[in-house]
Ligand binder design. Sequence first.
Ligand SMILES: [Mg+2]
Length: 436
Amino acid sequence: MAKDLAKYAKEKGVKFFLINFTDLFGFQRAKLVPTQAIGGMQKDGAGFAGFATWLDMTPGHPDMFSLPDASSVIQLPWKPEVAWVAGDPMMDGKLVDQAPRVVLKKLVKRAADKGWMMKSGVEPEFHLINADGTDISDARDIAEKPCYDQSAIMRRYDVISEICSTMIELGWGPYQNDHEDANGQFEINWNFADSLTTADQHAFFKFMVKEIAEKHGLRATFMPKPFAHLTGNGCHVHVSCWDAKTGKKNLFHDKKGDLGVSEFGYHFLGGVMKHAESLVAITNPAVNSYKRINAPTTNSGATWAPNTITYGGNNRTHLVRIPDEGRFEVRIADGAANPYLLQAAILAAGLDGLENKIDPGKRLDIDMYGLGHTVKGAKKLPLCLIDAIRIFGKNKTMRATLGDDFCDAYIKLKTRDWNQYCQQLTQWERDTTLDC
Ligand SMILES: [Mg+2]
């Protein structure tokens, strides 16, 4: 539903628009545009120098314009004179193929052409920390098993309730808030939607949580593993596919299917299982991500981050869990995942699963943490970012589905990220190697 942003501003009393786009590393960029100029911007887009962001461009490239998608507009409940609108980067009159939102939109269209759409809900965990980022913000939050700690969530009631009330106002249907498994860690759950809406909401959620935390003198982080001894920040995704026409028929649901999942659902899952090893480059995109998925047991006794490629029923020790009829939960991603690429990666894998009727293999009903060693031949996730990037780089199916422009740019910039990390000399190296 296209909206006239100038009219919208007049009706809602909006003075400024944040015309946004999300780059390859998930950074959100924006121009703050006064309402007086929004008419022209809605037609032509807001101008950016693409190379100054995490996109693979040089100063020799022409201006890039983020064309606002008016259907995504959100008035900031905590600052109603400002509205946020997601944009699609354009250059020379064409969509920028490496831009994450463009990548996702193309796959959404490809699925729609086949008669279905992916719907998803995300669970981005975050820590509330002190302003300088050195520790969690609540000195009394020290329980060994702090998950669902009633007193700890009430000590952060002002922040969590403000975020949740904001989401109610936005109509997202939040339904629960909890203190998660790490000291200082929280999660807020809201209704699922089509994958593009969820991606826009996920992007906005990260922005909103940080802004509201800051208002309260705190800082929010979605970093996968901000503290070595505590559980890290995951971002589980609940997935189902629906008919594209009405969006009302769940194609994953079959009462007679195993665990209430249809053949369609199992083929989609087959794609996710087949490509999981490569998807990690996108779902777990930071050097730091691999300190979460390959972490030793934390203070609370769990990492909540399965690192073997298996699936099961309602069992949290597998990479994919089927918690209920008609959907499954991909438990691979972390807080650094780019909201758009996260959806695109799952969708791309699912498309291949459906097109080639991929069998996901046998379901396992064991505790993978305790008995994982008994499963012969189960693949493990890559141990570090560069391994993940190399595996992703060799995956021809992912390349064909996500596009050469995106894959080339992503692999190039992420390899640069890894090389920069390798230039760091750590205390651990000095401690263990000085006397070699
Ligand atoms: Mg959680």
